[in-house]
Design a protein around this ligand. Sequence first.
Ligand code: ADP
Length: 501
Amino acid sequence: MKKYILTLDEGTTSARAIIFDRFGNTVSVAQHEFRQLYPLASYVEHDPQEIFTKQYTAMTEAVLKTDIDPLEIAAIGITNQRETTVVWNKNTGEPVYNAIVWQCRRTTEFCEKLIADGYSDYISDTTGLKIDAYFSGTKINWILNNVEGAKAAAKNGELLFGTIDTWLLWKLSGGKIHATDYTNASRTMLFDIHKLEFDKKLLDILDIPESMLPEVKPSAHFFGEIQFMGANIPVCSIAGDQQSALFGQGCFMEGDTKNTYGTGCFLLMNTGNSAFKSQNGLITTLACTADNESPQYALEGSVFVGGAVIQWLRDELKIIKTAIESERLANKTSSNGGVYIVPAFSGLGAPYWDMRARGTICGLTRGSGRPELARAALEAIAYQSEDLLSSMRADTKIPLKTLKADGGAAANNFLMQFQSDVSNITVSCPKSLEATALGAAFLAGLTVGFWQDKSELLSLISADRSFSPKISGAEREKQLLGWHKAVNAAKAFNSELGGGD
Ligand code: ADP
């Protein structure tokens, strides 16, 4: 009798393994951090072998911590940090270089050249993405051009490329399976999200041989069996972390939207079978589907400085000792007292896209103190998320009913209520904030019939806290006006016009 699903949740800083039961409850968790390598300023790397070892150890420990027999595991699901790029030799199994992490900016110049050469429209029409160093394509190109012998070996068919899901699956299957899913492929800047295949013209432009690329399948799919602790277990899902969270939050229908409030915030709206092209700098990406389902799309936007502004209050301003204290402090005052913080520490993202803007605090008076600053910092997380939501509303004309929230900062009730007020939307937080891992478990469970359908999955997600708007339309407009004036101030303080960096 199969009783469990095992999810591998491979993030940017740690590899986790989580075992879920039939009710979607977490039965066991094991986690191992791995090293962040910074060989040069703006370069970020991971050691792929270390990631695999840490992931394998976490899987083994998650089982050993309980009395679960591996034969009771119905399926494995994989969810992972997206875009991070590994290139390895298929004969030796050795990576030819470290994994180049999504945060790494080393290919910025190459991206600027692609923009100058006029590829922006082609790339956004084909892949749904803005040309950026963030995505895998230019990272593969960098490895092939900078590692001795790599280009010739790639042309000879000896090298394979994978995002971390693909690398883990290849390793777990003893080099037998070289595959990924649509959600990860849609972050490579090489994948045609309409035709669901790698685009030959982009492979030519980036000089990447097709033989390096993995097979691409829907997220809920039988990828193959692996041997683990004496059992043969099928790997039945792969999904990039944000799309997995969208699924784990039960956002199955057009218009369903989730926001993950972590260090940054990731907002995704399910747009059903329509791939909307954003007029506001959002990204169009593939969402999770099963075999025989037509493709589903999502609009995605991110807030660069989300929970990080609370870390800044704690570590730099030292006005709080713990993140949770921000809520108590914010509740000490009934308004922000006219104070707005725009945490544009490294510029402003969507919908402003102003990389020269810098952080600003506006509206200070002699009476402004710690409570007003704490409140303004939490409000800034919500205002930035509202800017993305209003872009999504404008791009899709789809009405937004509920925002499903997860991530560490979603524990903050002040923030959740303020988001509801400022966005005029119901905000709902599930009991388990493990939406990312749960999404991959749901997808794997559907594939093997562990769970029957999406309505059964919805019955497993229990809402814990829910927040409804409590302010008037006039009050909301006044607050948003204040925020947008503060954003204009941050933009006016152009770091390249002196006084900046
Ligand atoms: P990540 O996955 O990006 O590491 P997490 O989901 O673990 O992030 O959330 C951590 C972030 O959330 C930190 O930036 C922290 O400052 C913020 N955070 C955690 N708890 C709270 C809280 N109660 N109130 C506000 N922010 C919080």
